[in-house]
Every structure is written in structure tokens, then in C-alpha cells.
Ligand binder design. Structure first.
Ligand SMILES: [Cu+2]
Length: 361
């Protein structure tokens, strides 16, 4: 029995991202063959372009805001992350207050009752046991009290769930698609689409020569991404969540959202973030070998900077004419800079299925 327990524990450890990050077997052969050159700092992660052609990244600019330590990322403390949405604050208050108090009181009550029974009714102190089998009063009490406690918890819980599933009218809509193993984001009202990959460490042997390495300005290891979602502060943002291969889960702890991404289905979740900043999340569904390497980065900025970011991606504000159409009226040769995507990276680096990835690793 104990052996089985250990076997399960070891198998579970083998599945966790923490275990997966130890570099047991490095390197697709392509990366191993060519010496890994560190690209110039600040190059973007687009495999289709040489480093020199990529715009330099300015730390602190829109899309590259520097995260605040301890906000929107784990910092070693126990408990729930600092919440930045009204629903998150409400849920965290409910968890840390009434729920925690009730759980501690029940645990203490059961423990004391157990210890007292073991002491008072041991064979030496109570040689002749009671032969009672029923006591109507106590049976009614131990049925009614738990029911009342559960109803007391259910009323605020259901009200919270109802609020989570009653989204206000959205100011910005973002379609989120999970892939093995990266995310792609589309702003259908703004004409913006991009893929988002985890930034690898400078010494990671699987990092391709033209992929920029993570710096501390990007965020913590395993959470920093090359392209963040940028959303305006104080606005209702609707996420339409789906997947194109297996089940993923779109989760950002500081927003109190976790939504399964199922192939062939579109699920909806929403946030309203009143505090500008950078917030990180992760895929929270075991989706394959590189499940632990598809983080989510969200940057919340003032409305003016959001408009600036949308324009820098070749998009337009909701309801405005697309820049391509506007430009076509004056200069027919206009091109949109946001057209290129690092799909080539995905094709060469990411195996198509779980099985292939497991074999490769
Ligand atoms: Cu996933």
C-alpha cells in the first residue's frame, strides 16, 4: 500500500511543470547543431525576420510595462493573489473571511471531540460501554446544523457565481485560442491578431538563435511572454475562450478567472480591471508535454495607451475604419506591419501531438 502511494506520488511529480523544467534531455537537433548565439537585447521574437530587422523593445513602453513584484505574479506568500477585479476582491474576501472561519471552527470542533472521546471512553476509563443506539435529539441536531451551515455558505456563493456569469456589455472583446503549446489572441473589433509564446531563458538550449531571451523586465521565469494581451483599465473586457487541439484552460489568478478552452466550443469569461499593471497566468489544464510552458501575460493600461498599442499593431479602435481601408484611399501601397506571425517557430519547434512531444522529450 505504501509502495503504491510512493509510486503515485512519483508519477505526479513527473507530471508537474517544476519537474518538467529540469533539463533532462535538451534540444531539438536543429538547436543543438548550431551554436546558440545570444541575440542583441531587445529583439522581437519573430522567426521570419532577421534580428536586425526587428524593432528594439523599450522596457516600460506599452506592451512592455515592467511588472510590480508581488502583484499579478506569485511571490512565495501563501494564500490568494492580490485581486484587481471587483469580483476577485469580493471572492477573496468571502474566502479569507467567512469560509476560512467556518472551516477552522469545524476542524477544531471535530479534533477536540475526537481527542476527548479517545481519552474519556478508552477501555481503561470506561470498561462497560453504553448500549444506546439512538438519541433523537442529537440526531436532529447533527443533521440540521450542517444543513444550516451549507445553506449559509450557498447563498453568498450562488450570488457570486451569478455575478461571474452575468457579464456587463463588453467594451473590448478578445478571442483566446489555446494551442499545444502557446496562445493566440484576436481582437475581432480591432483587427488585431497575434500569437504569444513563453520567453525562454538565455541559457535554455532549446531557444532558437533569433528568439529573444527573457529579462527581468519581462516578468518571472516560466511566466514572461513575448507578446502580452493589452487591455484598457476600467473597461469591461470579454474573453471568448476556445482551443484548436486539446483542452487548455485560460487562467489569470489576479483576475479570479479560470475558463476551460475546449476545441469546438466557445466559452466566455470577463474582467474589469481598475488597476494598471502586468498580470500573469498559466494554462491550467494538463494539455501535454509542454503544458507548463504556455503562460499568459496581460497588461492593463490607460485607454489612451490602449489606443496607441492597437495602432502599433496595425489595428483600429472599435467602430473606426481599418487603417488599411483608410490608407488605401490616399496611398494604395499601404501595408500592415502586424501581418507576420511567428508560425514558422511553431511549425519547426512544436510537435503536432502529445505523443510526438513525449517521444521527442
Ligand atoms: Cu494548455
Amino acid at each position: 500500500m505504501r509502495l503504491i502511494g510512493w509510486a503515485i506520488a512519483l508519477a505526479a511529480a513527473g507530471l508537474t511543470p517544476a519537474a518538467a523544467q529540469t533539463p533532462t534531455t535538451p534540444a531539438p537537433t536543429t538547436a543543438a547543431a548550431a551554436p546558440v548565439a545570444t541575440p542583441p537585447a531587445g529583439t522581437a521574437q519573430d522567426a521570419t525576420k532577421p534580428d536586425a530587422a526587428q524593432p528594439a523593445i523599450v522596457p516600460g513602453s506599452v506592451g512592455h510595462m515592467i511588472p510590480t513584484p508581488g502583484i499579478g505574479e506569485p511571490d512565495g506568500r501563501k494564500g490568494i493573489q492580490f485581486q484587481v477585479t471587483p469580483l476577485g476582491e469580493r471572492a477573496a474576501r468571502f474566502h479569507d473571511g467567512p469560509l476560512m472561519i467556518i472551516a477552522v471552527l469545524i476542524s477544531a470542533f471535530v479534533l477536540i471531540l475526537l481527542l476527548w472521546t479517545m481519552y474519556r471512553y478508552s477501555r481503561s476509563r470506561n470498561p462497560v460501554p453504553s448500549r444506546n443506539s439512538h438519541n433523537t435529539l442529537i440526531e436532529v441536531i447533527w443533521t440540521l446544523v450542517p444543513v444550516l451551515i451549507l445553506v449559509g455558505i450557498a447563498i453568498p456563493s450562488i450570488s457570486l457565481l451569478r455575478a461571474q456569469y452575468s457579464p456587463p456589455k463588453a467594451d473590448v472583446t478578445i478571442k483566446v485560442t489555446g494551442h499545444q503549446w502557446y496562445w493566440s489572441y484576436e481582437y475581432p473589433d480591432n483587427g488585431v491578431t497575434f500569437d504569444s509564446y513563453m520567453l525562454k531563458e538565455a541559457n535554455d538550449p532549446t531557444r532558437q538563435a533569433n528568439q529573444r531571451a527573457r529579462t527581468n523586465d519581462d516578468g518571472p521565469p516560466l511566466l514572461a511572454v513575448d507578446e502580452r494581451i493589452v487591455i484598457p483599465e476600467g473597461k469591461v473586457v470579454k474573453f471568448l475562450v476556445t482551443a484548436d487541439d486539446v483542452i487548455h484552460s485560460f487562467a489569470v489568478p489576479a483576475f479570479w478567472i479560470k475558463q476551460d478552452a475546449n476545441p469546438g466550443q466557445v466559452h466566455e469569461t470577463w474582467v474589469k480591471v481598475d488597476r494598471a499593471g502586468v498580470y500573469f497566468g498559466q494554462c491550467s489544464e494538463l494539455c501535454g508535454a509542454r503544458h507548463g510552458f504556455m503562460p499568459i501575460g496581460v497588461e492593463v493600461v490607460p485607454q489612451a495607451q490602449f489606443a496607441q498599442w492597437i495602432a502599433s499593431k496595425g489595428g483600429h479602435l472599435k467602430g473606426a475604419a481599418p487603417p488599411a481601408a483608410a490608407a488605401a484611399a490616399t496611398a494604395p501601397a499601404a501595408t500592415t506591419p502586424a501581418a507576420a506571425h511567428p508560425q514558422a517557430t511553431a511549425a519547426t519547434e512544436q510537435p503536432a501531438t502529445n505523443q510526438a512531444a513525449t517521444a521527442q522529450n
